[in-house]
Every structure is written in C-alpha cells, then in structure tokens.
Design a protein around this ligand. Structure first.
Ligand SMILES: Cc1cc2nc3c(=O)[nH]c(=O)nc-3n(C[C@H](O)[C@H](O)[C@H](O)COP(=O)(O)OP(=O)(O)OC[C@H]3O[C@@H](n4cnc5c(N)ncnc54)[C@H](O)[C@@H]3O)c2cc1C
Length: 415
C-alpha cells in the first residue's frame, strides 16, 4: 500500500518508520526544510512515563483560576474570542473529574510504557545517538501540597507498571547532588529509574535518515494546502505548488495544525495549541549542572542534560497559534533555574524557543481511522509526544495494516 504521512515531526517520522517496517511504500510531506523543525525541535527531552498525569486533573481548575492573568505563571489561559479555545476549555474541565483523570493516566501510561520499550530496542538496533541519558527521571517537590498530590498518582502509576518510587529529600539529593545547593528546600520526590532523556530533534533527524535509507520518500519544503475528497475517501493531497500526491491511505500527523487541515472535510478534532518554552544553556566542561533528568512538578518545568547543554523547558500558555517568545515567561524559567542551581552560569549565550504542543483536553492522543475510510490520525500528543513517539507510530502502523496492536487501541480511537 502507498501511504502518505503528513508531517515530519516526532510522530510523523515514527509513523513512517513503522509503516515502512511493514513493507508499505511511504511518502512524508512537511513544509519545513527538514524533520522535527516545529514542536519537536527543542522540547524538554524527557522520555517520561512517570509524567503520565495530564494537566486536566482534580487540582487543575483551582490552579488555573489562581494563575489567571499572571504573566509568569506555569499555566496561563489567555482568554480569546475563539470558539475553539472555549470548546476545548470546557472539555478540559470535564476531564478534571477524578474518574476521568485516572482513566486518562492509565491510557497515557500504557502507550508511554510501550513506547519507551520500543525506543530502548530501536536505539542499539540502529545505533542512534541523540545525547541520550538513561539515568532515570526525578520528580522533586518544593511545595508540601504538590508533593501530597503526587503520592497517590505515583501509586496509581506503579500499579500499572511504571516504577515511580517515592523518595525522601535526602534521597533526592543523593540521586542528583546538583540539587544540594538549591535555595528553596526540597521536600521530597519520586524517582523512575527506567525513564530517560535525550535530544528529540537529533533523534527525529537520525530516524528520518534511517527511514530514507530504507526507501521512505521525504518531500520537505512543501505546504499541504488541502485534502481532496470523493465520498468517504481521500483521493489526494494538494500541495502549495499545485502538485497533487495520490496514495492509498493518508496519515495526518501535523501536530497542532491537524485540526485546521481536516476541518473543511468535516473532521473536527479537540486539539488546541498549548504553547511551551524552552531555554537551552551552554555548559562548561566542569559545569555543576544536573545530569539526571529532573521535573520541578509544582512549576511545570523539566531539566535535561543534553551533552554540553542544559535544556530547561515547560509551562503552558493557551493563546491560539501565536509562537512569539514572551520575555516574562522565559525570565521566570531562568529565575527558577538560578534558584535551584545557584552555582550554574545561566547568564550567557542562552537560547530561547517556543513550541505549540498539540494538546487534547485529556492529553490522550488520537490514533487511528477517521470516519473517512483511508484517512488516519496520529496527533494530539500534548506534553508527551517524544515519550510516546515510537509507541504511537507502532500502534498506527498496526491499525493501518489491520493487525491487533500489543496495547488496546480503544482509548486513542478518534471519536
Ligand atoms: C516546551 C515543550 C517541552 C516539551 N517537553 C517534552 C518532553 O520533555 N517530553 C515529551 O515527551 N514531550 C515534550 N513536549 C511535547 C512534544 O514536543 C510534542 O508532543 C511533539 O513534538 C509533537 O510532535 P508532532 O510530530 O505531533 O508535532 P510537530 O513536531 O509539530 O510536527 C508536525 C509537523 O507538521 C508540519 N506541518 C504542519 N502543518 C503543515 C502543513 N499544512 N503542510 C506541511 N507540513 C505541515 C510541521 O512543519 C511539523 O514538522 C514538549 C513540548 C514543548 C512545547
């Protein structure tokens, strides 16, 4: 079968990889000059099954209200005259119910664990190098209420196969001694030894190269303008240069932009952009920067050592498709980094970046066939698109090849 994958981010490239493994002829189309140039470019770098708790949880509505209008808050909702934003917000509120949060954690966790296992197989098999660190992820807490909130979530995750173990403050410092200098006391944490980190952009470029080596065609620098339709089937993809690409099946993996392309076909998706920021700090050879990947859960910030760089990323801002860099929000990330690691030189040559997470209200992605017979989705991976990349590509390839995936695909089925 000839399959066209729309989008060469982490999700599109992983889909192309596994589709090719199944023997399909695969063409990938992306408007950028290479793979992973949009949201997959400078993310937090974490392969974090332990981060399966979505933003939509019982504590979220109070937090969002408290932070409303605060320019430097971890989660900022900018009210817009945008029906898509309001509809998404209402669905987000519904997902904050305890039962739904639990169900969403389990769905995310199953996919994330499957994905992490695949990544651990793929890396040595293909000899992939992407500044990876297999030293676990430590969630730490500087706020007692946040720590108390995390404990039942960690227990739930342990029950479903993620070994997220509770640690005392002393144990946290033993896991990552760089935290010893912090000027805000650590109350406690949780540690997941099998979680990992690495440079997602380096990974996706390397995987795209390997896929090209196996015959996958990449059409870069081409904007997808429209999908053509006849009855309940897509008949082709119209590109910005007037060209038409025709295939047997189509996979929409355009991240936050997927709903915009599919809306004219009557396929409406609950995916909304959640802007996040990252700060990349160059490190000297003897830098006191952390080497274990860290999550400062209360502030929604993560830290990953990527070779001679420290990537600090996080926070969320709901403000449509605006990708401009807000100096106040970046300064808040830098300030927090300096508070936690006072011996770190965060002053010079730092790079700021913003990306739009393709967020569903539940943070559970949409994988599988739409009401159009030959149009498949692989989108909506929100905060965990790097963590779920291999797994989501694998599940999609199974569904497209009419095979039963190793995990139940029902929670991700587009409705
Ligand atoms: C600040 C931040 C930190 C994060 N940290 C982590 C983390 O630590 N761990 C983790 O697991 N996840 C993290 N994420 C989330 C993760 O980066 C995303 O979920 C993931 O990158 C989404 O991948 P994607 O392939 O769906 O989308 P994208 O990477 O955005 O790919 C979509 C592709 O579609 C292309 N495209 C869009 N529209 C068109 C069109 N009309 N025509 C042609 N091409 C088009 C784009 O060029 C792009 O290449 C983070 C995100 C952010 C913003």
């Amino acid at each position: 079968m000839h399959v066209v994958v729309l989008g060469a981010g982490l999700v599109g490239v992983a889909s192309a990889w596994y589709l090719r493994q199944d023997g399909h002829e695969v063409t990938v189309v992306d408007r950028q000059p290479g793979a992973g140039r949009e949201t997959s470019f400078a993310n937090g770098g974490q392969i974090s099954t332990s981060h399966a708790e979505p933003w939509a949880n019982p504590g979220a509505p109070a937090r969002v209200l408290r932070w409303l209008g605060r320019e430097d808050s971890p989660l900022l909702w900018r009210l817009r005259a945008d029906p898509a934003q309001w509809a998404w917000g209402l669905r987000f509120l519904r997902e904050c119910a305890p039962g739904r949060t639990r169900r969403n954690i389990v769905a995310i966790l199953r996919l994330a664990l499957h994905s992490r296992a695949l990544l651990k197989e793929l890396r040595p098999a293909l000899g992939l190098e992407y500044d990876q660190q297999a030293r676990g992820i430590l969630h730490f807490y500087t706020d007692a209420a946040e720590f108390a909130h995390a404990l039942p979530q960690a227990e739930l995750m342990r029950r479903y196969g993620c070994e997220r173990v509770v640690k005392s403050a002393e144990e946290c410092l033993a896991i990552e001694p760089a935290l010893a200098d912090t000027t805000v006391p650590i109350i406690g944490g949780t540690y997941t030894a099998d979680d990992e980190s690495g440079d997602a952009h380096k990974f996706v470029v390397a995987l795209a190269e390997r896929a090209a080596g196996l015959g996958v065609t990449f059409r870069y620098g081409r904007q997808v303008a429209r999908l053509n339709l006849a009855g309940d089937r897509v008949t082709g993809v119209g590109l910005d240069n007037g060209e038409r690409v025709v295939a047997d099946a189509y996979v929409a993996a355009l991240g936050s932009y997927t709903p915009l392309l599919l809306r004219p076909l009557g396929v409406h998706l609950p995916v909304y952009p959640a802007k996040g920021y990252s700060v990349t700090i160059p490190l000297a050879a003897d830098s006191p920067a952390p080497t274990v990947s860290l999550t400062d859960d209360g502030r929604k910030i993560v830290f990953s050592r990527l070779g001679n760089r420290l990537r600090v990323a996080g926070t969320a801002e709901f403000n449509g498709y605006d990708t401009s860099i807000n100096a106040v929000r970046c300064a808040a990330i830098v300030r927090r980094t300096a508070t936690l690691f006072p011996r770190l030189d965060v002053g010079r040559d730092i790079e700021f970046w913003a990306g739009l997470r393709p967020a569903t209200p539940s943070n559970v992605p949409l994988i599988g066939q739409t009401r159009l017979k030959n149009l498949y989705l692989n989108t909506g991976h929100g905060t965990l698109g790097w963590t779920m990349a291999c797994g989501t590509g694998h599940v999609l390839a199974d569904l497209l090849s009419a095979r039963r995936p190793p995990i139940d695909p029902a929670p991700y089925a587009p409705r």
